[in-house]
Structure formats: structure tokens, C-alpha cells
Write a protein that binds this ligand. Sequence first.
Ligand SMILES: O=C[C@H](O)COP(=O)(O)O
Length: 247
Amino acid sequence: MVKLIAGNWKMHGTSADLGEVRAIAARAGELGGRVEVALCVPATLIHRAAEAVPGFTIGAQDMHANEKGAHTGDLCASMLHDAGAGIVIVGHSERREAHGEADADVKAKAEAGLRAGLKVILCVGESLAEREAGRAVATVAAQVDASLPQGPVDGARFSLAYEPIWAIGTGRVAGCEDIEEMHAAIRARLVAAYGEAGRGVRILYGGSVKPGNAAEIFATPEVGGALVGGASLTAADFLPIVEAGAA
Ligand SMILES: O=C[C@H](O)COP(=O)(O)O
């Protein structure tokens, strides 16, 4: 299965950074079908980025589950699609924590995104306290069970991202054995939910993925790509990760 390498710019980036988007898209285009690449930029940048790099996938970092309505400041899937987004991240731990998003909210967002024609990356992950208490796998499995969109799902359009919260932006990456164990547990939940189609859903790893550790992470069983934060902000950092994903 071709790996999906998605960058999440979080609250970084203005039109001054479109040169990075262009450089990333140009190399991704050269790599052709060997790897799938997307950049999830701030909502304010989606339209300009999408216009700057036709054919490359620009994405969003969140969306409202409703199709329209009185939701000041929110954006729905059709608006993101209209702006040029092809993919959306839902359930990132920074949204779950700072905006009180529960599994049911995340599930509704994933379903609405898929319905609107967007690809979806759904994030799950345990806290440090949960891992230290030996509850990492149980916590994530429960999140997956409660967050997954109603099937059937198409693995080309729906991915999971395992992001241990303690590894995000900390420089502390999960060990490959821990990643393998967690991804196997997630795969079992996907198969329980979707049958054989669950094997086609890519499981990305996220949390301090860098040029120096990407190849090792990608060689780990059941790692179908990466969701990259800090190292996706520049072509110089992101492209070696993309190349590792294409190898
Ligand atoms: O969405 C991306 C993740 O939160 C990982 O962020 P990071 O690569 O900066 O640790």
C-alpha cells in the first residue's frame, strides 16, 4: 500500500510561506504514485495554497460536523471543499483537549467529511498518564471503536493516525515496538468494524516524525504513513520524510 505522508501546519503559515508549499508539491509530483502527500494548512491559506499547486492535495485541520447553520467561526466540509481542500484532519488531540471534542463529535465529523467528498484522517492517541498506567492500548482501542465513521469505508479516502500525545512536538518519539503493538491493535479494531475492508485503511504514525527517524518508523509493520507537524513546515525538513515514504 502506498504510504500517505500528511503535513499538519497547525497554527503556522501565511501567504509568505507559499514557496514551501510549491517546493513540497513539486517534489511530490516527481515521485508520482510512489507516495501520497498532502499538506493541511490553516483555513486562511487553503484557497491560495490550492490555487498555487493544482493537482496537489491541500487539506484542512478540522471541520464542523453540520452542513450549515448558526456556528460562528466554524467551517463545514462543503466550504473546505469549495476552498480547494481535498482532505481534512479530524479528532486531533489538540482539538480534543482545547475544544472538548469527544469521540462522538469526531465520528460525526469523519462521517460528514467523507459524505462531502473529502478524504479524512482521524486521529487517536493516549496521554502520558494513560501509557504509564499501562492503559495505552485499551485507551486507544476504545477511542477507535467510538470514533470510527459508519462503514463501509474506502481505504483510499479514510485513514487513522495514531499520535501518542506525549510524543507530539516534544522530540520524544514512540519506540518502534510500541508503534507496532498499537498499530496492530488498531488494525484489529478496524477489521472488527469493517471486515476485510478494514485492512485497506492506512494507519499513520504521528509524533515527532523527523528526517532522521522517518525511515525506521516507515519500516515498522502496519505503519501506512505519517502525520507530521513541526517537520512539515519547510520543504527542507518535510521532503526527506516524503522521500523515505516513497522508498
Ligand atoms: O499532527 C501532527 C502531530 O501532532 C505531530 O506533531 P509533531 O510532528 O510536531 O510532533
